[in-house]
Design a protein around this ligand. Sequence first.
Ligand SMILES: C[C@@H](O)C(=O)SC[C@H](NC(=O)CC[C@H](N)C(=O)O)C(=O)NCC(=O)O
Length: 239
Amino acid sequence: MTLLRKRDIPEEKYTNAFLGYGPEETHFVVELTYNYGVEKYNLGTGFGHFGIAVEDVYKTVELIKDKGGKVTREPGPVKGGSSVIAFVADPDDYLFELIQRKATPEPLCQVMLRVGDLDRSIHYYKNAFGMKLLRKIDRPEYKYTLAMLGYAPEEETTVLELTYNYGVTEYDKGNAYAQIAIGTDDVYKTAEAVRFFAGKITREPGPLPGIKTKITASLDPDGWKTVFVDNADFLKELE
Ligand SMILES: C[C@@H](O)C(=O)SC[C@H](NC(=O)CC[C@H](N)C(=O)O)C(=O)NCC(=O)O
């Protein structure tokens, strides 16, 4: 990944770094936050991983090992399927799933979150967020079902991978993973849609003090947070 931007907000006692495979205007990026003096977080059990598409999982894992990285699952076909995958952990133990795919414009291809009722989540993300259900995979032998949701095909964009483990209705969300952010042309309408489809608004839509970018923050039926940011305001902020 490339370090795209770093900002220090001393008055709020944190520093952010934005990393990704392309500019923030067109790519999904990871926003890392360092809160002054906080060295350790609880990752909980609900957050799964970020997915990264690579052309050769075996070679990538060798490179990661050579650089002293931590491999938590050796490369090979996924249990119950044929995709070649591996898992690696970053220094804070966030998991990254490496997924073997042809070259793609968006290698940062998944955010995996565990949910307690897959149909409830699919209904919510389709209707409140306008996402498409791209794929559903049931692996009864491993007692889980996945749903891939997003705004474009998986080969082209980042998708939300929601995982339902049979019989598990709740997870510890910890205090490490925070949220995804999605662009919208109208934060007010988005907030209405969230409320209509039983999500919760935790920050009323409107401009942020100081920078004036309009945002709204929401929780899905499992309590996973999404911040919506006004597209035009965000582009101005990046200028
Ligand atoms: C692309 C898609 O097929 C995958 O890579 S699924 C990866 C698979 N996921 C799960 O097992 C989800 C259920 C699990 N109980 C959980 O909550 O994480 C996976 O991680 N497989 C591991 C393996 O070794 O194959």
